[in-house]
Design a protein around this ligand. Structure first.
Ligand code: GDP
Length: 204
């Protein structure tokens, strides 16, 4: 799948105000600083796409982009800001929970995990919560260029082991570096395959 067009649709404060259109949708979420903007830009081949979501007023919103006039890329606000107030945090949790549970067109929530650092409790908690809601999810390890070849396996294996403490089987996983553009073709193929399935189902 090549990205021919990538258009900003808008930013919405909650699930119930998101556009009600039948496009297959993929959400990207992770701890702030995990490399989400870089990944969205690398995946779409647009240098500044994710910048839109980082502009004032939009960082706490559900940001929508339409790719190839066919699918939605949804950039969700990151979690784990040290300085965030309790009220803001609760608002974030509510927004994400509603979005994940009720968004019918959501195909997969991609949870980004920094592959260059040890497993973080906050990421495991978040993934376990999505599991409780039975949200279809996949994991994207980011920043793998920071880990030298032989150590790569160890850094992602530690995360998998931590997950297997509460999960019976592992979700699909992608190994990426936005800096080196690694893993983008695999992600694009995955999304493409799910889009085909989606459209086959609604237009058999
Ligand atoms: P966001 O807060 O999750 O949107 O993260 P950003 O995309 O803004 O990236 C946070 C920091 O990590 C920035 O300093 C990026 O340059 C760096 N970063 C992001 N992706 C990569 C990557 O693939 N490799 C390396 N080495 N650094 C990265």
């Amino acid at each position: 799948m090549n990205v021919k067009t990538a258009d900003y649709i808008g930013s919405f404060p909650k699930e119930s105000s998101c556009p009600q259109v039948n496009n297959p949708e993929y959400a990207f979420v992770g701890r702030s600083n995990v490399g989400k903007s870089s990944l969205i830009n690398a995946l779409t081949g647009r240098k500044k796409l994710a910048k839109v979501s980082a502009t004032p007023g939009k960082t706490q919103m559900i940001n929508f982009f339409k790719i190839n006039n066919m699918w939605h890329l949804v950039d969700l606000p990151g979690y784990g800001y040290a300085k965030i107030s309790k009220t803001k945090r609760r608002q974030w949790e509510r927004m994400i929970e509603d979005y994940m549970r009720f968004r019918k067109t959501l195909q997969v929530a991609f949870v980004l995990i920094d592959g260059s650092i040890p497993p973080q409790e906050i990421d495991l908690e978040f993934i376990n919560k999505l599991g409780e809601y039975q949200v279809p999810l996949a994991i994207i390890f980011t920043k793998l260029d920071k880990v030298k070849g032989s150590k790569r396996k160890n850094s992602t294996a530690a995360f998998k082991e931590a997950l297997l403490e509460s999960w019976e089987s592992l979700p699909d996983m992608f190994y990426t570096s936005s800096k080196k553009r690694e893993g983008m073709a695999e992600l694009q193929r995955y999304i493409h395959a799910l889009n085909e399935q989606y459209y086959d189902l609604i237009n058999p």
